[in-house]
Each structure stands twice: as structure tokens, then as C-alpha cells.
Design a binder for this molecule. Structure first.
Ligand code: PLP
Length: 395
């Protein structure tokens, strides 16, 4: 029997296990050390009360014959899709119900969307990168061209002069770099995609962290983007749903390639291979988008934003080049004293009891950089910020 041998060629997922192993070793050698993690990519604030209430109410409905729900509509319940539509409308983006597909999170859809594309397609992927884009394409054997992200472009690669792509991944605000494209930059990407007939896969998982008005929260804020872009979004970071699982994907009706409608293809794909998101979870997601829910989840976002701001100020004061921290829960800093990513990891852990993520784990161009996150508690972040400031000041 033949298997997909491309799996053998995938790089092992050792980054976070390496980090965990090194931290465990340090803890064993220094049991007294008060270690703070700024490496977490998961939310820590609990679900909003409005969300919990909706979950409880929906669970009760499921336990009663009159209000029980079995299989739901394949694209998601209209009540949630309408709430998502209204969420976009609040920012001046007009979508149609048929364009919104509810999912169990952005990660699944980012992988599954590749079912619509030929494995002959050429893909542009930024480096450093959220590894899911890379591995899902490697599993299919697609040709990958890396877009170099570095200090010279503020970790926001722009369209190349000559090369042409079929599929382009953009993530803004970015994980791991925290960098976010402004309107003019996204317009250039949309123009480029329209020019070469490419599809942009736009990952907006961190859109709710955007505070600056010139940074679009959706690719559809750019004229004509509906002709060339699919957008992925998630309740994970915007409403603390990492453990509840809900997201959505927008596939515009206008989006066509090779005479086919990508919206129709995605509907066909989803209704064949996916049976929807749990009713209580969709009710919880609807509650997250309600006025009350938005106020409550906004308080959790504000906690992370204040954490990010604190870390940003430490780096500014120390004169350390970095991206993110503003418009993003991630800070991507240049390692001081020309240390490489892992040297700085050990330095921070041993001298400051702080854990972060070595940039080299996100791609070749991540070497010499380091990712900090704002998802710890305010008290831990404040303590870590103080330690970090002292350490950087002493170098
Ligand atoms: N996209 C990016 C850039 C992420 O960082 C993450 C999660 O960390 C996801 C997508 C996945 O989100 P979800 O929890 O909705 O699967």
C-alpha cells in the first residue's frame, strides 16, 4: 500500500516541546525560581458571562424534546451567520449570508480550504510564519515560495516584482511577528492578486486587537478584495473560544477561478466532509457578538492589550527593535547583543526566569528574533516586564 510519503518530509513539531523540556530542566535545577511564561499563545481570561449564559440556555434546550437540535444547517445557523454579517457591517463591510461559513475554528478551515486548489499551484508563504500554512501545503506537495519578512520591510513582505503565485497567505495582525498591514499595503496585495489571478487566503484571527484606524480589520475593507480573497476568522482570541471552538470563513460569491465559483465549491466541500458546529457553541458565539457580549469580551481584550503595551514600552525604553505589541498580542523583538534565538531564550530563562519563544522556530528569517505574548495575567506580565527591563538595561 502507498501512503502520502510527504508526511515523512515534514519538519517535526519540536518548537514548543523543546521549550517545555528546557523549562522543565531549568525548574528541576532551580526549584526556587519563579518562572513566568510569556510564551503562551492561548488565551487565559475566562469566557464572558453572556457567553456562559448562552451555553447554559442552549444546553437546557438540547435536553428538552420541544427545543432539541440535531444536525444543523451545513453553513451554520442563520442566527450566527447574521450576527457575523452585522459584525462586519459595523465596520462598513457588506457581506451576504451565503458568503459566511461557520466553522470549528480557523485552523481547520485554513487547512481544509486547500481541497479547492490543485496541488500544481504555486504558493506564497511569508517567512517567519504560523506553521499551519506551510505544513498543510507540504502535505499536498505544493510548490512553496517564501516571502522574506525582515526588519527591512517591517516583517510585512510586499508582492515580488516578477514571480507569480496562485495562492497567497497573508496574516494580519501577524502571528508570530505582530506586524499588521496598513490599507495601502493591502491594496497593493489585492491589486497584485487580481493581476496574476491569485487567491489571497487572509487570516484575520487577531483582527480584534487592532486599535489604529489605518489598519484594516478585514481584507474586504479593500476595494475589489471580494474578487480575489477568502477570509478566515475565529472566536478563539476575540472571545476566548480556544477551548470551545468556533470560527468562520468568508468565501465571496464574486470569487471565481477557471470558470468555477469558489463559494459553491466550498459549500460542496463542507456539506460533504463537515457536519457543523455544536448548537450550544453557535449560540455562545452569537452571544459573544451581542452588545453585552462585545462589552464583556472587550474587557478581556483590553487586559491583553494593556499587557502588550507594557512590554512594548519596555522594549522602546531599551531601544530594542521590535514589531507588534500595538494592534497585536504578540511582540517580535530582535535579540540583544547579537544573540541567536536560542541563546536569548536561555539568557532570559536563566537570568530573568522568563519564558518566550525563539523566533528561529517560525522559519529561517526568525533567527535572531524572539516572540513574547501578552496572554499572561496582568500581575505576571508586570513582573516579567520589570525583570525584562532590568536585564535589557544591564546588557
Ligand atoms: N491563525 C493564526 C494566525 C493563529 O495564531 C491561530 C491560533 O493560534 C489560528 C489561526 C487558529 O485559530 P483557531 O483557534 O480558530 O483554530
Amino acid at each position: 500500500m502507498e501512503l502520502n510519503t510527504r508526511y515523512q518530509a515534514l519538519a517535526p513539531q519540536y518548537l514548543f516541546s523543546d521549550v517545555a523540556r528546557k523549562v522543565a530542566r531549568h525548574r528541576a535545577a532551580h526549584p526556587e525560581a519563579a518562572i513566568i511564561s510569556l510564551g503562551i499563545g492561548d488565551v487565559t481570561q475566562p469566557l464572558a458571562p453572556a457567553v456562559v449564559q448562552a451555553l447554559e440556555q442552549a444546553a437546557r434546550e438540547m435536553g428538552c424534546a420541544d427545543t432539541f437540535h440535531g444536525y444543523g444547517p451545513e453553513q451554520g445557523y442563520p442566527f450566527l451567520r447574521q450576527a457575523i454579517l452585522d459584525y462586519y457591517a459595523g465596520r462598513g463591510v457588506s457581506l451576504q449570508l451565503a458568503e459566511v461559513f461557520v466553522s470549528d475554528g480557523a485552523k481547520s478551515d485554513l487547512g481544509n480550504i486547500l481541497d479547492l486548489f490543485s496541488s500544481e499551484n504555486t504558493v506564497f508563504i511569508p517567512d517567519p510564519v504560523y506553521p499551519v500554512y506551510l505544513d498543510t501545503n507540504r502535505m499536498d506537495g505544493r510548490e512553496i515560495r517564501f516571502l522574506r519578512a525582515d526588519a527591512s520591510n517591517g516583517f510585512l513582505p510586499m508582492p515580488p516584482q516578477r514571480a507569480e503565485a496562485d495562492i497567497i497567505y497573508l496574516c494580519s495582525p501577524n502571528n508570530p511577528t505582530g506586524a499588521a498591514y496598513n490599507r495601502a499595503q493591502l491594496q497593493q496585495w489585492v491589486d497584485y492578486a487580481l493581476d496574476c489571478g491569485a487567491v489571497i487566503l487572509f487570516d484575520a484571527a487577531y483582527e480584534r486587537f487592532i486599535t489604529q484606524p489605518d489598519i484594516p480589520r478585514s481584507i474586504y475593507e479593500i476595494p475589489c478584495a471580494a474578487q480575489c480573497a477568502i477570509e478566515f476568522c475565529s472566536f478563539s482570541k476575540m472571545a476566548g473560544f480556544t477551548g470551545l471552538r468556533c470560527g468562520w470563513t468568508v468565501v465571496p460569491l464574486q470569487l471565481r477561478a477557471s470558470g468555477m465559483s469558489l463559494n459553491e465549491m466550498w459549500l460542496r466541500r463542507q456539506s460533504t466532509k463537515f457536519n457543523g458546529v455544536a448548537y450550544p457553541v453557535q449560540r455562545a458565539a452569537e452571544a459573544a457578538l451581542s452588545e453585552e457580549g462585545m462589552q464583556q469580551t472587550g474587557r478581556a481584550i483590553a487586559v491583553y492589550q494593556q499587557n502588550a503595551q507594557l512590554l512594548h514600552e519596555v522594549l522602546v525604553k531599551a531601544g530594542i527593535y521590535h514589531t507588534g505589541g500595538v494592534n497585536s498580542p504578540y511582540l517580535w523583538m530582535r535579540c540583544p547583543d547579537e544573540m541567536d534565538s536560542w541563546q536569548f531564550f536561555h539568557y532570559l530563562l536563566e537570568k530573568g526566569g522568563i519564558v518566550g519563544t525563539p523566533g528561529a522556530g517560525f522559519g529561517e528569517n526568525g533567527e535572531g528574533y524572539f516572540r513574547l505574548t501578552a496572554f499572561s495575567s496582568p500581575a505576571d506580565t508586570a513582573e516579567a516586564a520589570q525583570r525584562l527591563g532590568k536585564l535589557l538595561g544591564a546588557l
